[in-house]
Structures are given as C-alpha cells and as structure tokens.
Design a protein around this ligand. Structure first.
Ligand code: MRU
Length: 366
C-alpha cells in the first residue's frame, strides 16, 4: 500500500544492497523508519521485539531469516539452528512454523551450494503469495460489504469494527481484515471503520489508525471497551478481524480482546467475520481453546504506555502505582460458534471442521 504516495511492502529484499529491509513498526505512527535485517540475531530480535508483527508478516520474516542464514552458512547445522531460533521468538502465530517447515522441507534435500539461492527465491515467493492471498481475501470480503451496502441508503457508510492491526503492516501487503475495506473503498462503497485501540500495545491506535488515515478512509479510534455500546446502538454493521492461528474446527485465536467483541456481536446479531490466508490454519489443532499456545508478554506493556509528548518527543509513561503486578496474555480464542464466517483466499467458509475441510480438502485429514 502507499505511504506518502509511494508504494511499499512491509518487508522486501532490496536487490541493490542485497539485503532484507523492513518498516520498523515500533515507531509508527510518529516515525517512518526502514531498517535492514541481515544476521540471524537481527531477524529473531525483529520478530520477538515486534519491529515486525502480525501473523503473515512474522512468517515472511522467518522465511527471509532462513534465506539470510543460508547466505552465510548453508550447512545442515546452520539450517537446523536458524529454524530453532526463529521458532522460539513468538509462540502463537502459526505462520511462523508454517514458513519454517516450508523452508526446511525445501532446503534439506538440496546440496549446500544451491541452498542460498533457492532459499531467497522461495522467501520472495512466499511474500508474493501472501500478497495475492490477501488480494483475494479482499475481493471475497468485498462481496459481503457490497451486500450490506445494498441494504442501506445511497452514501450511507457500512460501519465496520476491527480489532488490533490486521492491516497491510501485519502482512506483506493489503492486510487480511483491511483488504475488504481497501477493496470496498476502491469500488466506491463508503465505509466507516471503528478502530479499537487494542491495549496494551495499541496496534489499533498506532497502526490501523495510521493505515486508514494514509488511505483516506473514514475512521474513528475508540477505546477497547466501546464496541459493545456502539453495537447496541446500531452503529456497527459488521466486525472483521484477523487471526494468528485458526484451528481446524474454526476456533479463532487473535489479539487479546477479540473474544469479547465476538460475544458482543453475537448478542447484538451483528456478523462477525475473520479474514485469513490458509497458512494461518493449524490443521493439527482440532480445538483452539485447548490447543493453541497463548503468548504471555512482559507486564511492562500493561503498566506503561508509549506515545508522543507535547514537545514531540516519544516516551514511555508508567500508568499505575510503582511495582503493580501485571498479567499480559497477548491473545485469546474466539469459539467457532461466535464466528459468522472465515474469509479466505478461496472464498467464505463456515467456521467449522466441515466447512474448512470442504474449502481446503488437500490439507484436512479425514
Ligand atoms: O501481537 P501482534 O501485533 O503480532 O498481533 C497481531 C494480531 O493479533 C493480528 O490481528 C493477526 O496477526 C492477524 S494479522 C493479518
């Protein structure tokens, strides 16, 4: 998508400098910073400390991390070590394991001298495939938005609530939850986006609000607790969120707070959709609540908040008494019964074992 009129992806291989570059998301929306990743340590650090984040982008970064390692050392030991280190960075988004398994399966049978080239080629392809998946998700989700718009009077916007950032910054491009929104805007359908701030790290406030603003999409930032009230008062037509891992029965793991939005949506008969590319489906996990590992992050993310001071400097501010203990589960699981549909690159699937198996028969086991 565009930043100041120039097209960017969230990660790319720069052929001139022969290095992988990312937008360092820690500083958005206040600073737009591009950094280079080249060592195993830098790739691990970028994922763990959330310079890059969002399930599809974590997967793409891991693929490039393996490729960069192969340029330094293409031996079996280095391949095993880099996959192990990258796998340990964050536990919840399954796209990480998906990308690493993919790279390992491709590279293991190859002689060492072919690995660097093959790895970089595949990492580039994984990025291109992610962009295409998300474009298709956008076109499929657009049909739902179009239907809702058809039931409204002309120029009345479709009101969409989203949580966290499942935007182009969370993927290689387009985003998952935002792709239908971008496509609707391109198709001339008026939309208004309610942007959940998404404490503790405020991906909604910092990233989704920035994306919406950059693309001229009508939006309002709301506190995480406002969604239920807006739904009760007819101000939300649909919810679209992303996911970090969806189990084969259609349970959806996403940023903490998603479950509460799904409950409120159900209580108010508001459709709750989840947009996801197929690498986000974990076919091994049959029950998302029991089987998906939930990342527990540092309590400092809860006891403090980061932002811009009046003098323009950036700072972290403590918001509670000294020494307050804090818990920080980063994700929750929304049971499939609360999900209206899964917007995938192949179409809209019911959130169920049967629905996903019918949409992706080659992956599901009988
Ligand atoms: O902790 P984050 O910022 O990596 O969490 C991101 C999310 O929860 C997104 O909603 C999810 O990855 C979907 S991304 C298209």
């Amino acid at each position: 998508m565009k930043v100041d009129g120039k097209h960017y992806r969230s990660i790319w291989f720069d052929h001139d400098s022969n290095v992988v570059k990312i937008i360092d998301q820690r500083w958005l929306p206040h600073r737009f910073t591009i950094v280079e990743l080249n060592t195993r340590k830098s790739f691990c650090h970028a994922i763990r400390d959330m310079w890059v984040r969002g399930a599809p982008l974590i997967g793409a970064t891991a693929a490039y991390g393996v490729a960069a390692e192969m340029q330094n050392d293409a031996g079996d030991q280095a391949l095993d070590d880099v996959c192990r280190d990258l796998q340990q960075t964050r536990p919840t988004a399954v796209n990480l394991a998906w990308a690493l398994n993919h790279m390992r399966d491709l590279l293991k049978p190859l002689p060492d001298h072919q690995r660097a080239g093959a790895a970089m080629k595949r990492a580039n392809e994984i990025c291109d495939e992610d962009v295409e998946c998300n474009r298709q998700i956008g076109l499929n989700g657009l049909q739902i938005i179009r239907q809702i718009a058809a039931g409204k009077s002309r120029n009345e916007p479709v009101n969409i609530l989203t949580h966290c950032n499942a935007g182009w910054l969370a993927t290689v491009d387009w985003g998952t939850a935002t792709s239908p929104i971008y496509h609707a805007t391109e198709a001339g359908i008026p939309v208004h986006v309610w942007v959940d701030e998404t404490r503790p790290r405020n991906q909604g406030a910092q990233l989704t609000a920035w994306e919406m603003d950059s693309h001229g999409i009508s939006h309002q930032l709301i506190v995480d607790n406002a969604g239920g009230h807006l739904m009760q008062h007819g101000q939300v037509d649909m919810v679209i969120v992303g996911t970090d891992r969806t189990s084969s029965n259609g349970d959806v793991c996403n940023k903490i707070g998603t479950y509460l939005k799904a409950l409120a949506a159900k209580d108010n008969d508001i459709p709750f959709y989840v947009a996801l590319p197929s690498p986000t489906i974990d076919w091994q996990v049959k029950d998302g609540i029991a089987g998906i590992p939930i990342e527990e992050r540092d309590g400092k993310e809860v006891t403090s908040i980061w932002g811009k001071l009046e003098d323009g400097s950036l700072a972290n501010v403590q918001i509670c008494p000294d020494g307050t203990p804090a818990g920080n589960p980063a994700f929750d699981v929304t049971p499939s019964r609360l999900v209206t549909g899964l917007i995938t690159e192949r179409g809209i699937s019911p959130a169920s074992t049967e629905g996903l198996a019918a949409m992706f028969p080659e992956f599901s086991s009988p």
